[in-house]
Design a protein around this ligand. Structure first.
Ligand SMILES: *Cc1c(COP(=O)(O)O)cnc(C)c1O
Length: 475
């Protein structure tokens, strides 16, 4: 398998080559040259596999520069009951007949980012050791991504993490989760500013090619292909738990922000998994809902991006949408570049509403969408608790609401649960008037010793801290 750029100007690369890269050099996103197709006999064989074995089978279709035995070992040590809470790894439960919830949030940080990030940590450690290289990950987080990256990279040889977050702005649980990591290779930087300031600093430092090269600075953001392919696995897994046989079709609803999760569903569908509809659920930040309803893709400014009670979906643009767009445009890299680079830069939007190709998003690729608001998510959380005895988090609630609007009789609906309620306790209290339960391993988290560096919202200060830490030696 080789990987090409959605903008068409890079030589085909291998999985190992793109593992440590973000954007392709031409500004595009990496895509497999073609989707491997899975036949009926393969589906039948996969149905009985354990989660790590299924992950290995799917990954091996995309990876040909890691020996199979090594890949198997990496999957086996990633997807364990110890890390993900049960042998199922992704338990699937029913809310009501035909309506299911796939639990993607039982990893170390209780959000679905762990599903991919834990694998990426092990893949990176393997690849860096093989190359005799080191990597310093610089990132910005408003919560889930940063902690998932830190928990995936803690203690990994050859890797250090410098993670910026807006000082005092994450939920108390999220702060405790990140700052209580005291591993030598994890560096929390609390920036005196907002999330956008953190992102600007990452951009400023990443734009300094010399500093970046000298200090081996890299990223693990949501456009990383390895993260995306790791997410393909649970679509197959959940399908096998719910579909009575391998001909039956199911629908998925996905709480969406950067479109990484939903895009993995698209990839699973392109591989031949019988998914009928892929429903994209957003909150008030409805960039994706607007696109899938009307064909208009319009990125939002800071003023047009709202702080909501499902904060991990508070995005101004959907970084991974370019991957789907590339397929939608018949893999026309020139046209993808025209829309995503030129048109977005000049006008901040493009509109495919009148283009015949847009109808295919719904018809050929099965996409549907919907949005939800704070009031909706409170009502859904309350109702799930009182009617079904299950507590769901605000992001999952957005999806449950949208899923109901799109559910079709006799087609099982699977909602992806992307976080556990304990991460967003204040919204849960507002909805049901009580504290969300906390898994035993998180008791007393807020009282653990913390390690963090508070810095002003200034790229020079962060740069100096990174350089100084690296100079101080190992760790
Ligand atoms: C990141 C995240 C999302 C959005 O996922 P995308 O892949 O960015 O669409 C949804 N819910 C939670 C809890 C998340 O952490």
């Amino acid at each position: 398998m080789r990987y090409i750029s959605t903008r068409g100007h890079t030589d085909p690369k291998t999985f190992g080559q793109i593992l440590l890269e973000g954007l392709a050099p031409d500004g595009g996103l990496y895509m497999p040259e073609a989707y491997p197709r899975v036949d009926a006999a393969t589906l039948e064989r996969w149905r009985g596999l354990s989660y790590p074995d299924l992950a290995c089978e799917i990954l091996s279709l995309y990876v040909d520069d890691i020996p199979p035995a090594d890949l198997r070992a990496i999957c086996a040590r990633t997807y364990t009951a110890e890390v993900f809470g049960s042998d199922a790894i992704v338990p699937v439960r029913s809310l009501s007949p035909g309506f299911h919830i796939a639990g993607l949030s039982n990893g170390p940080t209780l959000a679905f980012k762990d599903m991919a990030m834990q694998l990426l940590g092990n893949l990176l450690e393997y690849e860096l050791a093989r190359r005799g290289e080191e990597l310093n990950i610089l990132g910005a987080t408003s919560g889930d991504t940063g902690s998932a990256a830190e928990y995936a990279m803690r203690g990994k040889k050859g890797i250090r993490v410098f993670m910026m977050s807006p000082h005092g702005r994450m939920s108390p649980f999220q702060q405790a989760q990140m700052f209580s990591l005291t591993d030598d290779n994890i560096h929390n930087i609390a920036v005196e500013g907002v999330f956008d300031d953190c992102q600007d600093i990452v951009k400023a430092i990443s734009g300094d090619a010399d500093f970046k090269r000298r200090h081996r600075i890299g990223a693990v953001n949501s456009i990383n292909w390895a993260r995306l392919v790791a997410q393909v696995v649970y679509y197959f897994w959940a399908y096998f738990r719910v579909a009575p046989d391998n001909a039956a079709e199911v629908d998925f609803t996905v709480p969406s922000g950067n479109f990484g999760n939903a895009c993995a569903g698209h990839v699973a569908r392109m591989m031949g998994l019988p998914i009928s509809r892929l429903v994209v659920a957003t909150n008030e930040n409805d960039v994706l809902d607007e696109f899938f309803r009307t064909g208009l893709y319009r990125i939002r400014g800071r003023d047009g991006t709202f702080e909501t009670s499902s904060p991990s979906m508070d995005i101004s643009k959907a970084s991974n949408l370019e991957r789907f767009l590339f397929d939608l445009l018949g893999r026309d890299a020139g046209r993808t570049r025209l829309l995503m680079a030129d048109r977005l830069r000049q006008e901040g939007s493009f509109d495919l509403g009148d283009d015949p190709v847009f109808a295919e998003a719904a018809e050929r690729y099965g996409f549907r969408s919907g949005r939800s608001t704070h009031v909706d998510r409170l009502a859904v959380i309350r109702e799930c608790w009182h009617q079904h005895g299950t507590l769901i988090d605000p992001h999952t609630a957005d999806a449950v609401r949208v899923a109901r609007a799109h559910a079709v009789a006799h087609v099982p609906m699977i909602v992806l649960e992307t976080a556990l309620p304990v991460k967003f306790a204040s919204t849960i209290r507002e909805a049901v008037g009580q504290e969300p339960p906390r898994p035993a391993r998180f008791e007393g988290l807020e009282h653990l010793p913390r390690r963090l560096k508070v810095l002003p919202a200034d790229a020079a200060a962060v740069r100096a801290f990174v350089a100084g830490t690296l100079q101080a030696g190992p760790g």
